[in-house]
Design a protein around this ligand. Structure first.
Ligand code: PNS
Length: 165
């Protein structure tokens, strides 16, 4: 019998996706048979982009990657992972500041479902300071964000925050 395909869930808010996320997607996809990017439906946070817009940007950017799929989820991540027959969750770590939040989530998820492991990849140096939050702030204040996000995201950010004439 052929071994079951290795499915990895890469969850997040992706509001919007950055080059750091793209780096994780490219490197994560090399480690599995299928990588599912899972955009969280979150009623608490006030996002800049709707879930549909975030998924559309992600789909545009990963269109050429056969193994990669874009989906969304609400509720518990472990429940979604089980529903997708995935035993692995992928997360990126940029700096030590990420460690506390990420370790709490990984331990909570393992307590909720001991069959699910979180695997971490270190962000590459050039993206280690890039976050969706800072990219939005720079875009809002009129700065150049083109080196931090893929082109489809840069276009939508420019539409959101037009430069003064
Ligand atoms: O990009 P983010 O905002 O850091 O991603 C956070 C995310 C989506 C991975 C996290 O909020 C999440 O998994 N939410 C789903 C709810 C859940 O399962 N919570 C309990 C386990 S920590």
């Amino acid at each position: 019998m052929a071994p079951a395909p290795v499915v990895v869930i890469y969850p997040g808010s992706f509001d919007p996706m950055t080059n750091g996320h793209l780096d994780m997607i490219e490197r994560g996809a090399r480690l599995c048979d299928r990588l599912v990017i899972a955009v969280l439906h979150n009623d608490v946070k006030q996002p800049l982009f709707t879930v549909a817009e975030r998924m559309e940007m992600l789909r545009e950017v990963v269109a050429h990657m056969d193994k990669v799929e874009v989906d969304c989820f609400a509720g518990l991540l472990v429940a979604y992972a089980a529903q997708r027959d995935a035993r692995l969750i992928l997360r990126g770590i940029r700096a030590i500041a990420d460690y506390e939040y990420e370790s709490q989530m990984a331990l909570m998820n393992r307590r909720l479902d001991k069959g699910i492991e979180t695997v971490f990849l270190m962000a590459s140096e050039e993206n280690s300071f890039v976050s969706s939050r800072l990219v939005k702030e720079v875009a809002r204040l009129g700065g150049d964000i083109s080196s931090f996000v893929p082109a489809p995201v840069a276009r939508r950010l420019s539409a959101h925050f037009p430069k003064p004439l």
